[in-house]
Design a binder for this molecule. Sequence first.
Ligand SMILES: [Zn+2]
Length: 666
Amino acid sequence: MKAHAITCLVVGAGLFVAGGRFDARPAGGSAVSTAAVANRAPLQPGAFQLLPLGAVKPRGWLRGQLEIQARGLGGHLDEFWPDVGPDSAWLGGQGEGWERGPYFLDGLLPLAYQLDDPRLIAKVKPWVEWTLTNQRPDGAIGPPKNADWWPNMIMLKVLTQYQEATGDPRVVPFMTKYFAHHAAQMDASPLKEWAIYRWHDELLSVIWLYNRTGDAALLDFARRLAKQGFDWKSQFADFRYTGKVSKADAKLNTHVVNNAMALKMSGVWWLVTGDPDDRRAVDRQLATMDRHHLLPNGVHSGDEHYAGNNPSQGTELCAVVEGMFSVEHLLAVVGEPALGDRLEKMTYNALPGTFDGDMWAHQYDQQPNQVLCSLRPRAWSSNGPESNLFGLEPNFGCCTSNFHQGWPKFVSSLWMATPDGGLAAAAYGPNEVSTTVRGNVDVTLTEDTEYPFRDRIAIAVSPARAAAFPLVLRVPAWAADAEIAVNGARQANVRPGTFHRIERTWKAGDRVTLRLPMAVRATRWFNDSVALERGPLVYSLRIGEDWRKVTDGMKHPARPPAVDWEVHPTTAWNYALAIDPAKAAAAVTVTEKPLGPVPFSPQGAPVELRVPGRPVEAWAMVDGSADVPPRSPVDTTGPDQTLTLVPYGSAKLRITAFPVTAPARH
Ligand SMILES: [Zn+2]
């Protein structure tokens, strides 16, 4: 399916709309469109196009997850955390005037509109209104005391989503004036510090605007911006950071959040340049990061600089949500199905694994092998002693304000538009998408599933009238023997690791069903350790958890109603798996349990794996973390025990990368 990735752009005739043709919808008199907007020449068309905010709405358990976020910190943070409270300088007050207000909005806004939640929409509006009505005559935006381009880049992402959800006609002229201002000022006031490493986040909004106005000055501005930005392509052409960096070597180019954001740089820049080497740089960067820093939970290490493959190193929460956002855009640009697999792995494991079940507390750093969360110095590259506590603001408050975008933007990315007027399932989860397909036909697709906990997906297709358009369905690389059927008729040539294309005339009542068999598989990690995976989920040893409130010693203690927590283990964790990794499926018993309201909690785990294991007495804690897994195979004594593994996101204490016993013990 890579073949359909380029060439045939159908402008103005179907799903892609160049130059701002809007459907008139009765939404408060505003023009709201749920149609994708194509990349306008001379930009590369890209493989897919993201749909506007509001086209995809969560259903089922996924809606429940967004509601958990809304009931938790996500929907209440501004009520008691001053950095995003009513005195924010982004609301005209005297308070924080840098990144925290825009970060909060970048997730609160899509959450509000995806849930159609009037309480949350009412929280969003004053921020947007203050920004839109306080642009200076020269085009400058945001708090006058801020002299950094970086936080404005975040607010632009907020405003593009706001325009998509509401059709507010002020956004396009506001952004036009702002970019003219930035272009006029950029020689005298070049990008500095963080903005140098994150320039491509502004590029996303420049491209968004160019696709709506066709103003060639924007592409000139993009090229000047690139000259001031860090060249990530060069860093990965000759990569020097093949392990954990020392504090002395830690710089902004080894920073985990900058690196997570930079995963999309070469791909998004390729839309402008069309240079095949920029396109190739995408794969080179991902492969290099995976080789040296990938962890079994699907994200790269960084606590908060490159930290290598040891599963006791951490990953900062900001890097999880920014990495997801990067992969969402990369998938749209290059259309590789493996990026959908990667996105689901990050979203369904690393994201929930670093929150408590009700999303009132989060970590700064999570560990794949996380056996004790406590206030003490650890072998992080540079982070402080609070970093793996669950709380309001452990270590530093960036993640407190930035985590909000994770789930909502994932929902926005479940479906994407194809260049020939169809729809692509980029990732799976229960949802409903309403948009416009080839021939300007409105269509709604309702996807019912308990994926990723179950292997069946049912998609009801409801076009306003019979319409010919392609449905492009991702078949994950792990889904051997995947089956796809249309109205019960099984499709031929369904191959793992591809997008399966169904081109036909669809009519109301058509039904597509998928079965994506989730055989348990063993994957190899640090020191030949083994992780067990099943579908997009990674499984971790369930460890008894004792949650203890932290009352002393925090730099920024939680304010009520938030609480800071240590989590202490009440059961053993130092086990080897007594299996032959090549025959993992035969050694594991899978138990599906009812899908409850809080699947990402130890009690609510919807799937359990039972697998034989043995204690490894020599494997102990070092400085509060599990020591590196002893190199496999390991010698053990004593009889087999039955270990229970649950989804990584459900286990807040966990072993994910296990040693395995010597073959005689399997
Ligand atoms: Zn952070």
